[in-house]
Design a protein around this ligand. Structure first.
Ligand code: ADP
Length: 386
């Protein structure tokens, strides 16, 4: 009996010990689990904070774990990788963006904090020029920054073309002037009539240079200009009539009919009068230049509510659809030699476009080759009563 009691007591002690041990283990497990849960929540909060921080960045950013799987990405990165609004979380970046140079960089051993920077051209980067930066973060993983440089590259190439064009345009008349002057100096006995012809040519080339420099200065002023909302209102119809009067002689010389279909009332808009005159003058001057003898140039205008529409319609040589797309570019000319002969700089329409854009308006062209063109301008004006 005593032995049985002792055995039972021993059993109870063992069970109690086991139970206590079990309880302690469960307690420890629960504590561990609690700590893990807290860590998980902290991590989630970190990722959410990271994601919202990334969302405001214009550059594409992927945060990867040490295995190269996406932990977080921002909308710019998702757009670059064509993820269609999904984050790509959990997927290996090398699968989302299988660009060999990027894959090699992700696999390359790198000291923590060290960055690998490289550029990908448009052929690789879904039609965009990309600058990529891969950096290993101590204890965290890898951050991949992708910067879309297409716009900067495009601007750089435009700037390079512009400088090359300006240099070329300046060089031609300067070389001509130099040539004429040297000929005059070389022959002091030159007959008066020949000398006069050379001097006339020098004068024509100087005029060309001065027109070019004038247009370049206008363009650079326009690049910096901000819309002057306090400018005094100008009556556009008065400016149109004045410009047509100024250019009447040029039209007469080519036996062109220059007509206005203009409202009798005034239409006011806040702008620099000289700028407006330049816009209208350029369009009418072009219409006259590019319309053969005996043709017609019509200036139409009208306003509805607070929008003015002005059209310069000609029965001239017209423009092909490809040329219609490009005529507003700086120095673009369909027929370079013809434009030069007519005293053009190739900058008139780009000045028109920049001025109109600065005034918050729009400009465009409709045309048919051999039939004629309609250049139109829409500008915000002071409200008119219908
Ligand atoms: P340009 O000084 O050569 O006239 P613009 O910038 O004013 O320069 O015009 C660019 C080009 O657009 C011209 O060289 C010409 O080829 C074309 N163009 C402009 N206006 C007309 C028009 N009314 N009809 C046909 N072609 C035009």
């Amino acid at each position: 009996m005593v032995a049985a009691c002792l055995a039972l007591a021993a059993l109870v002690v063992v069970f109690a010990g086991l139970w206590l041990q079990g309880r302690r283990r469960v307690g420890e497990m629960m504590q561990r689990r609690e700590a893990e849960l807290q860590e998980l929540q902290r991590l989630r909060a970190d990722v959410a904070r990271l994601a919202s921080g990334l969302a405001g960045t214009a550059d594409g950013l992927f945060v990867l774990d040490t295995e190269g799987r996406v932990v977080a990405s921002n909308p710019a990165a998702q757009e670059l990788a064509g993820l269609g609004g999904t984050t790509g979380v959990g997927q290996p970046l090398a699968e989302l963006l299988p660009w060999p140079r990027l894959c090699a960089s992700l696999q390359a051993p790198r000291a923590e904090g060290e960055a690998d920077t490289f550029e990908l051209d448009a052929a690789v980067g879904h039609g965009r020029a990309l600058a990529v930066r891969v950096r290993t973060l101590p204890g965290l993983g890898i951050v991949v920054g992708i910067d879309d440089q297409s716009r900067i590259k495009r601007l750089e190439s435009l700037r390079r073309d512009f400088v090359a064009n300006v240099s070329h345009e300046l060089k031609t008349p300067l070389a001509a002037i130099q040539g004429f002057v040297e000929t005059l100096l070389d022959d002091p006995e030159m007959p008066f009539a020949t000398r006069h012809r050379f001097l006339e040519r020098i004068a024509r080339q100087s005029e060309r240079l001065s027109a070019l420099v004038g247009d370049l200065l206008t363009l650079s002023r326009l690049d910096e200009a901000v819309v002057d909302h306090d400018a005094e209102p100008v009556d556009v119809m008065a400016v149109v009539r004045e410009t047509m009067r100024d250019l009447g002689a040029l039209a007469d010389k080519k036996a062109l009919q220059l007509r206005g279909e203009l409202p009798a009332r005034s239409i006011w808009l806040r702008a620099d009068r000289e700028m407006l005159r330049q816009v209208i003058g350029n369009l009418v001057d072009n219409a006259i230049k590019y319309t053969p003898q005996g043709g017609q140039v019509t200036v139409r205008a009208g306003a509805q509510h607070d929008r003015l529409r002005l059209e310069v319609v000609d029965t001239g040589i017209g423009l092909s659809p490809e040329d219609q797309e490009r005529v507003f570019e700086r120095f673009y000319r369909v027929d370079r030699a013809r434009s030069r002969e007519l005293g053009g700089t190739g900058l008139g329409l780009s000045i028109v476009k920049n001025t109109v854009k600065n005034l918050g308006g729009d400009v465009g062209v409709r045309s048919e080759l051999g039939k004629g063109s309609t250049f139109w301008v829409e500008l915000p004006c002071l409200p008119v009563e219908d």
